[in-house]
Design a protein around this ligand. Structure first.
Ligand code: ZN
Ligand code: ZN
Length: 271
């Protein structure tokens, strides 16, 4: 941070330093004020659950059977959703391993999108950090064992947001969840593997092919100071068409990562 030059101490503010400074403002929400349930805004017990039990019951968890590839809730007992079977023509219960080149292994999701979209929006734009802890808690309870034992993820990699956006907002909401999840699962979080080169145009109006083209140049390899892991867990807030996960996975696998598993907090409906 500081440089000695002819006896004068000069401070150079780099991207990393600014991030460090911002962390100084991180303190527990319930240190000075009682913690409020992020859904109904009523006080919750200090040191207890993150949202009140009544509100938690209203949320729709993804339960088996879910698609073994994208993680969408299935209404009938089968292995893959119709979307995945259509998109990956060769994907069938007989050939579950066949995927597009560089594609991720599978995604698992925690909640149905509609029941948590307000909470995710609040986490994204209103810096409600209790929510990050809540989502990490739910994800760890639901998939902790799978992530540690089956996926054997060596690290957690949050999908990056563009540097300018992060500076403006002060944080990357996925990284907040990642930090909380890392502490719960005892798996390090790494933000040095993936970079976001440019801001993307809004993905919502694009179809899956356009989304992927839009994302092709967006992600790039990071400095990877800690070497390349063989297996990792990519973390994102929402899974829609899977194009973000695919774009990230391609970059990571080109860097030498063997297996990319994906965990998202929410996902839409399957069939
Ligand atoms: Zn509540
Ligand atoms: Zn699927």
């Amino acid at each position: 941070m500081s440089m000695e030059r002819s006896g004068v101490r000069m401070y150079a503010f780099t991207k990393e330093n600014i991030m460090e400074l911002r962390k100084l403002w991180d303190f527990p929400d319930d240190l000075f004020f009682p913690r409020l349930c992020p859904v109904c805004r009523l006080p919750v017990e200090a040191g207890g659950t993150y949202i009140c039990p009544g509100c938690r019951e209203q949320l729709t968890q993804i339960k088996p059977p879910y698609c073994l590839r994208c993680g969408k809730q299935l209404t009938a007992e089968k292995s893959y959703c119709t979307d995945c079977l259509r998109r990956y023509a060769r994907l069938s219960p007989m050939h579950p391993g066949e995927r597009a080149q560089g594609d991720f292994e599978r995604n698992v999701a925690v909640f149905d999108y509609r029941s948590v979209c307000d909470m995710l929006m609040r986490l994204k734009y209103k810096n409600d950090r209790t929510l990050a802890a809540f989502f990490a808690d739910e994800a760890a309870k639901k998939y902790g064992w799978m992530i540690q034992k089956r996926m054997q993820a060596e690290c957690i990699v949050p999908v990056p947001i563009h540097f300018e956006r992060r500076l403006k907002r002060g944080y990357n909401q996925t990284e907040l969840i990642g930090r909380e999840l890392s502490a719960r699962l005892n798996i390090p979080m790494r933000t040095d593997l993936l970079c976001r080169r440019q801001k993307t145009i809004a993905q919502k109006k694009l179809n899956p092919t356009e989304r992927l083209a839009n994302l092709r140049e967006v992600f790039c390899p990071g400095k990877a100071k800690g070497g390349i892991p063989d297996r990792l867990l990519l973390l994102d807030d929402v899974y829609t068409t899977g194009s973000t996960a695919l774009a990230c996975s391609r970059v990571l696998k080109e860097m030498g990562v063997g297996q990319v598993y994906v965990l998202t907090m929410a996902i839409g409906n399957g069939s």
